[in-house]
Design a protein around this ligand. Sequence first.
Ligand SMILES: *Cc1c(COP(=O)(O)O)cnc(C)c1O
Length: 439
Amino acid sequence: MATEDSGNSDWLTRSRAALWHPCTQMKHLERVPPLPIARGEGPWLVDFDGRRYLDAISSWWVNLFGHANPRINAAIVDQMCRIEHVMLAGCTHAPVVELSERLAGLTGLGHAFYGSDGASATEIALKMSFQFWRNVGQPAKTGFVSLEYGYHGETLGALSVTDVALFKDTYAPLLRPTHQVISPDWRRAEDGESAESYALRAAASLEDFLAECADTTAAVILEPLVQGAAGMAMYHPVYLACARESCDRHRVHLIADEIAVGFGRTGTLFACEQADIRPDFLCLSKGITGGYLPLSCVLTTDAVFAAFYDDATARGFLHSHSYTGNALACRAALAVLDLFEQDEVLAVNRHKAVRFTQLLAPIAAHPRVRHFRHTGMIWAFDVEQAPAGFSVDFHRRALERGLFIRPIGASVYFMPPYVIGEAEMAHMAKVTLELLDTL
Ligand SMILES: *Cc1c(COP(=O)(O)O)cnc(C)c1O
């Protein structure tokens, strides 16, 4: 069984033979084997040979407070001894009620529907929006609008509103047609154009589309402030304010997919706060359990909820997942919210971010670096003249130096767990600089 007596290579061989890794051409594992992880400690991952790697990307953006966090561990253990899981159709339990109440207090969105991962949250929001319009007698509103290069997950409905060719093209015949409007990503601004005026220009194109097609459009879905899978594309909050106005003006829902950016990643608890807007649907996952357990949540308004509340069964939202509202996951999420409050995490992160940005100044000034960007606890930049295979080579060479990082194409990004300290930030900067000079 899983003892640490077996070293890395044994686990590599068995993993390649027994399982199919996500988002991976399995044949490439011949060249780039997976990293076998025996345990974690705060922001560090430790392999079976005892080597340590700094988790610069929070294990695919989910981890907030480090691995094996004693406070989250304790909450889950306590919950496990009470009730680990009970079906949520026909039953309820304390962690799911408390979590829903607290999320409502934090967002002003009072009705929480749970799923198990991010893509299921996207599916839930799309289906709810569609059915809302049907329930209120506007069945022609079936279309969805998303941003160019947006990412909302990879199940068929979510993939339909995702705009990443590599993930989407193969499955195109299975997907619903959706419309994409131009991304507010400030890297696309013209020379001399500010991020803000570019965002306004992008917002005008959304307004134009809705002015024409609102009658057949149910919702706009977007990732507020940072388009993660697009390579950490960042944009000005004015875009969100304009999108909210356009959606209101044309009676179209706004779905905020904060699956990656929620829970403090952009500097505020939720990214929408920076534009002072409230979406009709807020999708949350990833950091919600601090990276411990799969859980997602869609929060929505009283108006949406009311359109489903009826004697007729079929007007209800007849959607479910077996693990909806899992008690262990909800308890982990409550522990995460406690940590935010008790440790004043947002304020502490603001200080850390200032210091980290200083530490990264030599990277920002490096001649090969373009579009150095920063929002909250995310930093990113693009590498000029990146050779073929850059992202794989960068990843591999960084591992040799004790850093776990996975660039998206030629975009390198840091998205560390919030427990990261200054020495660890310096390690990240040093390894990255070395690689910029040698790759
Ligand atoms: C990761 C992600 C998803 C999908 O979440 P999964 O849990 O991987 O299904 C959806 N939207 C955004 C913005 C994401 O970053």
